[in-house]
Design a protein around this ligand. Structure first.
Ligand code: VAH
Length: 314
């Protein structure tokens, strides 16, 4: 049985739907701090749980005979900069609870998301390798880098089967993003449909690694399904689908909306984005567990516009 903590978040929502489809609704327990998404709450088993409450998590593990936990609860980069102490507490202590429950033999397999935010301003920015300088300058990035160190430690010292992916910026149509620096790349599609114009909070040439949500979910399911011996890296795997700048994604959107216009008003998130890589080398994931992306900027743009028109802006 599977428990998803943070099931109402940007990734958690789509991950819950996918896992319910693959494993059956009765084998997937969705949980979050509040009933934040009616579909997730109504379309399967849902429990309110505080990711910082060890006893609440332990109780769910026993109540449902859970074997696998996907810990998707966290504060993302922009929000974390506004709440450093709580971001550190939530991002780190939720991970320690799950790692310690696994060490105690109460969880068989853990998925924990890391991020390209573990890299910092001294990291080589183009085609950033799996192993390189990592001096993250954001609270979120520091928590993800530290989390990776603990995941690797618990695997090596206690045999905990924890698996992790350094997600790039994720783009989805069905769930609003929550406090990320890459979220402009989601909002731009909504504004292209509703307003025909968009003001980007990142400057036009800010290249960032990105991925369509379907690819991120595929990778997450995939890394959890392969045999343990295939998962050779137990900190976290670099992963990427594409890289683009606000100007480049605007050009792609103009192929569908010729009159679409974009302007730029960089805000505090520019400094965060400037500290991150522009592109990622994910060859280790491709080698160890067969990762490959299906979406690039072109087919993602077609998919986003189609889905938004069909489901949200009929
Ligand atoms: C954020 N979307 O912006 C997340 C992600 C690499 C970006 O970690 O914080």
């Amino acid at each position: 049985k599977i428990l998803i903590i943070g099931a109402c978040g940007q990734i958690g929502t789509e991950l819950t739907n996918k896992l319910r489809t693959i494993y059956g609704k009765d084998n997937v327990i969705a949980s979050d701090i509040r009933k934040l998404n009616t579909d997730i709450v109504n379309e399967g088993i849902f429990e309110v749980v505080n990711a910082l409450d060890y006893n609440q998590i332990e109780h769910l593990l026993e109540k449902y005979q859970i074997t696998d936990v996907y810990l998707m609860a966290a504060l993302l980069s922009a929000t974390a900069e506004k709440n450093p102490a709580f971001a550190w507490d939530l991002n780190m202590n939720s991970l320690f609870h799950v790692l310690n429950l696994a060490k105690a033999g109460k969880i068989k397999k853990i998925f924990w998301p890391s991020s390209i935010a573990v890299f910092g301003p001294t990291t080589p920015r183009e085609n950033t390798p799996q192993y390189t300088i990592m001096e993250p300058s954001t609270v979120y990035g520091i928590s993800k880098q530290t989390g990776e160190r603990w995941c690797e430690y618990y695997h090596k010292q206690y045999g905990v089967d924890v698996r992790s992916i350094r997600y790039p910026g994720l783009i989805s149509w069905s769930t609003p993003p929550g406090g990320g620096t890459t979220d402009y790349a989601v909002d731009i599609y909504h504004k292209a449909i509703t307003d025909g114009k968009f003001t980007s909070f990142l400057s036009e040439n800010t290249g960032l690694p990105m991925m369509y949500m379907d690819d991120a979910i595929k990778a997450t399911v995939n890394i959890m399904q392969v045999p343990s011996e295939n998962v050779k890296i137990r900190s976290s795997y670099n992963l990427s689908g594409m890289s683009f700048t606000p100007a480049e994604i605007a050009e792609e959107i103009k192929k569908h909306f010729p009159d679409f216009t974009i302007d730029y008003e960089p805000d505090f998130r520019q400094k965060i984005a400037d500290s991150w890589p522009a592109s990622i080398d994910d060859s280790e994931a491709r080698k160890d567990w067969g990762w490959k992306n299906d979406f690039d900027m072109e087919n993602m743009t077609v998919e986003m516009i189609t889905k938004l028109k069909e489901n949200i802006y009929q």
